[in-house]
Design a protein around this ligand. Sequence first.
Ligand SMILES: *Cc1c(COP(=O)(O)O)cnc(C)c1O
Length: 460
Amino acid sequence: MKYISTRGQAEPVDFAGACLAGLATDGGLYVPETWPQIAPATPDETYSQTAARILSAFAGDAIPSDVMLSLCEKAYGRFAHQSVAPLTQAGPGLWLMELHHGPTLAFKDVAMQIIGQLYDYLLGLSGKRMTVTCATSGDTGGAAAGAFAGSKNVSLVILHPHERVSPVQRLFMTTTGESNVLNIAIDGDFDDCQSMVKSMFADKAFASGIGLSGVNSINWARIAAQSVYYATASAQLGHRPLRFVVPSGNMGDALAGYVAARCGLLPGGLEIRCAVNENDTLARLFNTGKMTRRAAVATPSPAMDIAVPSNFERLLFEVTGRDADAVRTTYDTYAQQGEADLPEAARTRLSCTGLSAGSVNNPDTMAEMERFRQETGWLICPHTAVGMLEARRLPKSDAVATIVLATASATKFPETVKEATGEDAPLPSRCADLIARGEVFERMAADPAAVRARIAAFVS
Ligand SMILES: *Cc1c(COP(=O)(O)O)cnc(C)c1O
């Protein structure tokens, strides 16, 4: 199984190469050269068995399938629910897929836990050491810390936007107590953090000097790992036609659903509705065909405060008929002019992918948290509420089961939950010692050269 870049100017790599690199050397994102066809999940497989089958299809010869199964069992053994991604019914024709049973209470754990195992295994084979860097809008950093803290082969560097993540999100990243983790709070927003990571990769001497690798949702292994729960959801509901409503930021999660469908894992057929907050780049992209640069604004759903949905590039690659030149031209134009129009043929194909997007404003998000509590007695996180409200707005259809992805636990956002519903959302007992652990992080200006120098000193 080979992986090629969406910008067409990087050498193809195998699964290990795509997984350990993150971003391709030409600034593009890796995608499989062809889509493997994988047998759908069955309801009597364990989550790890389904995950190992799917990941093995993406890994090809890079990892033996028995090794893959044991890596999956280690990764998913750390979840508090043995189904890993259970569905619960929230109303007629409506389900929540609970993706927050991992160590840091958000869906990022589902991919990051297996990525931690994959890195340890692959680096163990080569005897190499790497510096994993991640820009986070809140949950990726915690999930990466949960996966890599204490790793012998990896130094982990997390960049998060100072005071733009929730206190509990911050605690998950800053309290590992492990010396292989450097956490930097950047004076800026998530897009500043992300562009700093991109500039580190662009500085080839720096990147190769520290063995730089990235685990943002641009990393192919994350997409592959997230396609698994679309497959298990389809099996749980008897492979009916499904409509997933996906709270979206960088669009990694929604893209994983598209990938699952391309690989034959959703035989009933699917629609994917990306639900975004007031950072509505994705909704404007789907609805107008135009990419426009705007600064991210702070909302009650901070993990989705993203102005540049990076994974759209993978979808663009598909809807241009895998035309890397067209992708490169579009992103070059966007980089130079701050906006770009999608090629006309790509817009037409985009409307046939089953994907679409809509946005939900801040007051409606808060109101939905309370409305859902009144209907079900359950507390949902603000990201999930964005998805839930978007699901209500879609035309009803008896033939289609709607699944809203519950991307984080309400307990990760207790301040917002309290404001919206008046209820307390205490951390589950397995995380209750978080506050007492003592935080370690450093604050820095959004100055790429200074941040690079700090990282070089940290890993040397
Ligand atoms: C990361 C995150 C999202 C957005 O996921 P993308 O893959 O970036 O679209 C939504 N909700 C929560 C809670 C998250 O942590």
